[in-house]
Design a protein around this ligand. Structure first.
Ligand code: BEZ
Length: 256
């Protein structure tokens, strides 16, 4: 499982929750509504959703993230659980939710059917699932460079373990599990990275699914080499780095 450096995540990669504010606008949280934030991380968006008067539960599989979130926002409820197999009972909630919100989490979880059926069971009838995560083609150049670097070092082709579905794939799963897809967007969102080592730092922070089972020294070697390979691509211009993010954003309603 991906291990998180929560303070580096907040300092150098705050764009994760800055961009998430657009997804909150789509959620339109109502005062008194019950909302589950799936993959809440350090909970800045959970707090923002709650600030309008909704009751929000933040759920994350990372113990460190939940500890930080609870320390930062002691007035909110957080639970450590898996997005792919949680139940209302496990998170100690008696009533289903009006909405499940998720930002920049679901690409870490290959068990999409587990996620969708857990979300379905946690929603009341007519409840909404509002989410954004990496879609098909996400960070394709960064992943390609890392794969090439690993091949150079180990002589093995090691595909990454991210889950970046197409709209058609994900809509099919949602429909199969009792959702009506009200809206879905698949779009490029070039994302500036901080610093002269922006690409390497991205891989250090988020490379967990790229370097599964790779020894730390090889991982660092591949990270440095991947950044070298990326220097000659469109991601590097005038000394600045941009990541080739592609988003999948959706609103789906529980209808069955
Ligand atoms: C994303 O938000 O698309 C993302 C973040 C980290 C790793 C992979 C994808």
């Amino acid at each position: 499982m991906q291990q998180w450096n929560t303070s580096l995540y907040d300092k150098q990669h705050s764009f994760v929750f800055e961009y998430g504010k657009d997804v909150i606008a789509l959620l339109r949280p109502q005062a008194g509504g019950r909302i589950l934030d799936l993959g809440c991380g350090t909970a800045h968006l959970t707090k923002q959703i709650a600030s309008g008067g909704a009751f929000v539960v933040g759920l994350d599989a990372s113990h460190d993230m939940i500890q930080d979130a609870q320390r930062l926002y002691p007035e909110l409820k957080f639970v450590e659980a898996s997005a792919a197999m949680f139940t209302l009972q496990e998170i100690d909630e008696k009533e289903p939710f009006d909405a499940v919100f998720s930002n920049a989490t679901l690409h870490w979880i290959p068990d999409a059917e587990g996620v969708i059926s857990s979300v379905h069971a946690a929603l009341k009838s007519g409840g909404r699932f509002v989410a954004e995560f990496g879609g098909k083609g996400n960070v394709a150049l960064i992943r390609k460079a890392a794969r090439e670097a690993l091949f150079e070092i180990l002589g093995q082709d090691i595909p990454d373990k991210f889950y970046f579905p197409s709209p058609a794939e994900y809509a099919t799963l949602l429909e199969r599990h009792g959702f009506r897809v009200e809206a879905m967007w698949h779009f490029d969102r070039p994302t500036p990275l901080e610093g002269t080592d922006g690409a390497a730092n991205w891989l250090r922070m988020f490379g967990g699914a790229v370097f599964v089972g790779i020894a730390p020294d090889v991982r660092e070697q591949a990270t440095v080499r991947a950044q070298e390979l990326l220097c000659s691509t469109v991601l590097h211009s005038n000394g600045s780095w941009t990541a080739d993010y592609v988003r999948l954003r959706l609103v789906a309603r529980k209808v069955a």
